[in-house]
Design a protein around this ligand. Structure first.
Ligand SMILES: Cc1cc2nc3c(=O)[nH]c(=O)nc-3n(C[C@H](O)[C@H](O)[C@H](O)COP(=O)(O)OP(=O)(O)OC[C@H]3O[C@@H](n4cnc5c(N)ncnc54)[C@H](O)[C@@H]3O)c2cc1C
Length: 490
């Protein structure tokens, strides 16, 4: 009933609009731009298109925790989102664009805000998860059915998942040829500048107060380490990229595997929330390439290929939308996980396994909301192979605690380590955390930073024997292979 009244009102307001083509701007032209994983004003195609017109613009962020199949944000992501929305509001202000915050099902909220503002045009940047695509597709047809203009743009990925195909027309399942195909295509478009401010003041529309959303932890406040480690927001993302290019790119290829070196960009949460775009990164790196030393050029290619892994994980998620809860390799459907050992899982989560490198990683994660990539691989391998705990348990913990928790990269990488994913490490690859520590943290500086009690005193005994648990993991995987062979599972 309410819906039909609203739609009627929408239709009434939109009566003078034609449904196709770009409309000439009139004094009452109001555009709503939906913000989701693109919390920036530079290189934001939807915002740019909205501000190219003479009318007024409203930015709308919908906290949608109710639409079906939407994955609720983890705790660290909620903390980041709060900070990032504050930063976004501040950057939109000089553009004359108010940020409206609303909670609820995206489609219903958009219809309400459109009705309240008299907007005739709704623009957004595209998303690539199954549930998100379903919402955006329905929204687009509902809005168009009401005679409104609805349009979407490419903003978050350099290469949209359906545009990169093998010679046989299928999606890629191996990174190297995928990235080669990406690089062989046309150069990604140049990033857009910060748009010029709106010419007309936006109509006043109610907004929730950000504090009402309670995205920040209060009792207990576990976010102090996150606050010390990160400054969310577009300005901070840009500064981080610049610092990385100036000071760290040269040493990236060699240093990126050494957790104590801080040789990586630490851009992942900024990319996750779209405070910086892959297009901006791509073109900044390309622009400095002629002036780089051979080592710098090597670092630049390696760095861009890591951004390529992000593209690949979205490519895989788009074509296998249930990546967070189903093995990508079907033979792993048959894998017999033992009954969950909750105490072992908790010891892992708390960084109390008795394995210094694993404990350091898990404590880094808890304290700072991030963990070095090499250590993510080691801790994930320890959980799934030595403790024989289902990768989905680990994926969920990372989803809750990582500030860069990403709907594609997180399950993709968990499955990569577990052996069940696309282009995954073979199932018999089991990282030995002690060997890894010797190789990548020879001075133990990373370990001692997070597990200071390791120095001098006797560290508690490991909760599992590394050699025996390795054998048990191999046996379980051989069994799965044998079962899959009998049933000829691909
Ligand atoms: C078990 C596990 C879970 C992970 N979960 C996430 C996650 O939820 N979100 C996330 O962004 N990354 C995830 N990663 C990938 C990687 O660890 C992080 O992207 C990286 O540590 C971020 O640090 P950085 O920004 O300094 O990376 P850099 O080395 O500077 O790389 C630049 C960018 O490339 C992208 N990137 C790098 N490595 C990968 C990768 N393996 N897969 C996908 N993108 C990559 C990131 O966007 C990163 O910011 C996970 C890895 C593992 C092993």
């Amino acid at each position: 009933m309410v819906l039909s009244l609203l739609l009627g009102r929408l239709l009434g307001e939109a009566m003078n609009m034609s449904t196709t083509g770009v409309q000439p701007a009139g004094p009452a032209d109001v555009t709503v731009v939906l913000f989701r994983d693109d919390l920036r004003v530079a290189d934001n195609p939807a915002l740019h298109a909205a501000l190219e017109r003479q009318g007024s613009v409203i930015a709308l962020y919908v906290l949608d925790e109710v639409s079906s199949d939407i994955r609720p944000l983890g705790g660290a992501s909620r903390w980041w989102l709060h900070e990032s929305l504050l930063a976004l509001r501040a950057s939109l202000e000089p553009l004359g664009v108010p940020l409206v915050l609303r909670k609820g099902a995206t489609e219903a909220v958009v219809r309400l805000v459109v009705a309240e503002s008299g907007a005739t045009r709704i623009l957004w940047n595209r998303r690539y998860g199954l549930a998100e695509i379903a919402i955006d597709t329905r929204l687009e047809s509902q809005l168009r059915a009401c005679g409104l203009e609805a349009a979407s743009f490419q903003a978050s990925l350099l290469f949209e998942p359906w545009t990169i195909r093998t010679g046989g027309g299928t999606p890629y399942s191996v990174f190297t040829p995928f990235w080669r195909a990406c690089l062989a295509g046309p150069e990604p478009r140049a990033p857009l500048p910060v748009p010029t401010p709106a010419g007309v003041a936006a109509p006043s529309v109610d907004t929730d107060a950000l504090e009402e959303w309670a995205l920040q932890p209060s009792n207990p406040d576990w976010a102090s380490g996150l606050r010390r480690t990160w400054i969310p927001g577009e300005a901070s993302a840009g500064a981080r990229l610049q610092r990385f290019l100036d000071d760290e790119l040269e040493g990236y290829s060699l240093g990126r595997d050494v957790p104590a070196q801080h040789a990586t960009s630490r851009l992942s949460p900024h990319l996750r929330w779209g405070e910086i775009s892959a297009h901006q990164i791509w073109h900044e790196v390309r622009a400095i390439r002629p002036s780089l030393s051979p080592r710098g050029a090597d670092g630049a290619a390696k760095f861009l290929s890591e951004v390529g892994w992000r593209e690949f994980s979205w490519h895989v998620l788009f074509h296998s939308p249930r990546l967070a809860d189903m093995p990508w390799r079907r033979e792993f459907d048959d894998f017999q996980w033992p009954v969950l050992d909750r105490r072992a899982l908790e010891a892992w989560q708390r960084g109390q396994t008795g394995i210094p490198l694993v404990d350091a990683g898990m404590r880094e994660l808890w304290q700072t909301g991030t963990m070095h990539n090499r250590v993510r691989m080691v801790t994930a391998s320890f959980l799934t192979k030595n403790l024989l705990i289902d990768w989905r348990e680990g994926e969920r913990w990372f989803w809750d605690t990582l500030v860069d928790a990403d709907p594609a990269a997180n399950p993709f990488n968990w499955q990569w380590v577990a052996g069940s994913g696309a282009d995954a490490a073979p199932y018999f690859r089991i990282f030995n955390p002690e060997v890894q520590a010797k190789k990548f943290d020879p001075e133990r500086s990373y370990i001692l930073q997070y597990v200071p009690e390791c120095e001098g005193t006797e560290y508690p005994a490991p909760i599992v024997d590394l050699a025996h648990s390795r054998q048990a993991a191999l046996a379980a995987h051989f069994e799965m292979k044998a079962r899959a062979g009998e049933r000829k599972v691909p």
